[in-house]
Design a protein. Structure first.
Length: 147
């Protein structure tokens, strides 16, 4: 079952269960997918759908941070519930140790020497970590290794 099909099935389950929060989150994700497909003029594969969900997760994390700074605990709680629902659709996220192993391989593969080679390393890593690791964390680890 593709990720797109899973979203449709989960949406049906949420409708039957009258789970408004889950239903609205899935509809929002499906809308984002449809908009990207219209922009690209082609249907997205599972990788593309995963990238969209990862982008929405990133937005939720940023919203949670901002709402916490503003003292809006009611909105923080809502965003955290949405985030938990979204994470169900993403593959298992890599931990720091796994990312460090991938970074070391990428540095060796492209022969990076210093901070100026950050772009080369990230180019090699991007397809490997898309949707399974936080881009900021990956970038920070690459910077540490190249320093």
């Amino acid at each position: 079952m593709t990720l797109r099909e899973r979203l449709v099935e989960e949406m049906k389950v949420a409708m039957k269960a009258k789970d408004d929060l889950k239903l609205s989150v899935i509809r929002m994700v499906r809308s984002s997918i449809k908009n990207r497909e219209i922009d690209l003029k082609r249907e997205l594969d599972d990788q593309g759908v995963t990238e969209i969900i990862a982008g929405v997760v990133k937005q939720r994390k940023e919203s949670i941070r901002l709402f916490k700074e503003a003292g809006r605990e009611d909105l923080v709680a809502k965003e955290e519930k949405e985030l938990a629902l979204l994470l169900e659709f993403l593959p298992k996220q890599l931990d720091r140790g796994e990312i460090e192993v991938l970074v070391a391989k990428a540095i060796a593969e492209c022969g990076a020497q210093g901070a100026g080679d950050l772009g080369k390393v990230m180019k090699v890593l991007k397809p490997l970590v898309a949707g399974v690791a936080d881009g900021k964390l990956v970038n920070d680890i690459v910077r540490e290794k190249l320093a």
